[in-house]
Design a binder for this molecule. Structure first.
Ligand code: 4NP
Length: 162
């Protein structure tokens, strides 16, 4: 099983989401069976480390994302990853524009897909403050936890191999 977390710049939300997912998976029965990566629908920050505010936010929650590097989403990602988990509706539209038509369905809005009620979008914290990063982290962490629960249930029923 391969999961790709997608936002706009790949320096705030998707690296935080990747870190939250990796951390949850490492502490679950899925450890070693699910791979996680992230990408941005815009290539502006290609090769850059996550925003220092995102690194600091993840660190406050015990997760080190400092070694991640931004990269743009590509059509080939839709063949390589089973699910392309988009942070907001605008990212979802942009991701579907990149996807080969037959694989468009692999792009989903992460929060509702994971079963998080009440909010569809992880707000973009880039122009905000520390509280904005914390709010986005909370949503991403909830989505990561729900995703691991969902995939663990599938693994138990044999849908995901060893
Ligand atoms: P992200 O946030 O999509 O969560 O990585 C952003 C990062 C950079 C920009 C916008 C949003 N930007 O305009 O450069």
């Amino acid at each position: 099983m391969k999961l790709l977390v997608v936002c706009l710049g790949n320096i705030c939300r998707s690296p935080m989401g990747e870190g939250a997912l990796r951390s949850r998976i490492a502490r679950s029965p899925l450890a070693g069976r699910v791979t996680v990566d992230s990408a941005g629908t815009a290539g502006w920050h290609e090769g850059k480390a996550p925003d220092p505010r995102a690194v600091a936010c993840a660190r406050r929650h015990g997760v080190d994302i400092s070694a991640l590097r931004a990269r743009p989403l590509q059509a080939a990602d839709f063949r390589a990853f089973d699910h392309v988990l988009c942070a907001d509706r605008s990212n979802l539209e942009a991701a579907r524009d990149v996807a080969p038509p037959s694989l468009r369905g692999r792009a989903v809005l992460w929060l509702p897909w994971a079963g998080i009620a009440g909010t569809d979008d992880v707000p973009d914290p880039y122009y905000g403050d520390e509280a904005g990063f914390e709010h986005s982290w909370g949503l991403l962490e909830a989505a990561a936890a729900a995703t691991v629960a969902r995939l663990s249930a599938q693994a138990e029923s044999g849908i995901i191999g060893p």
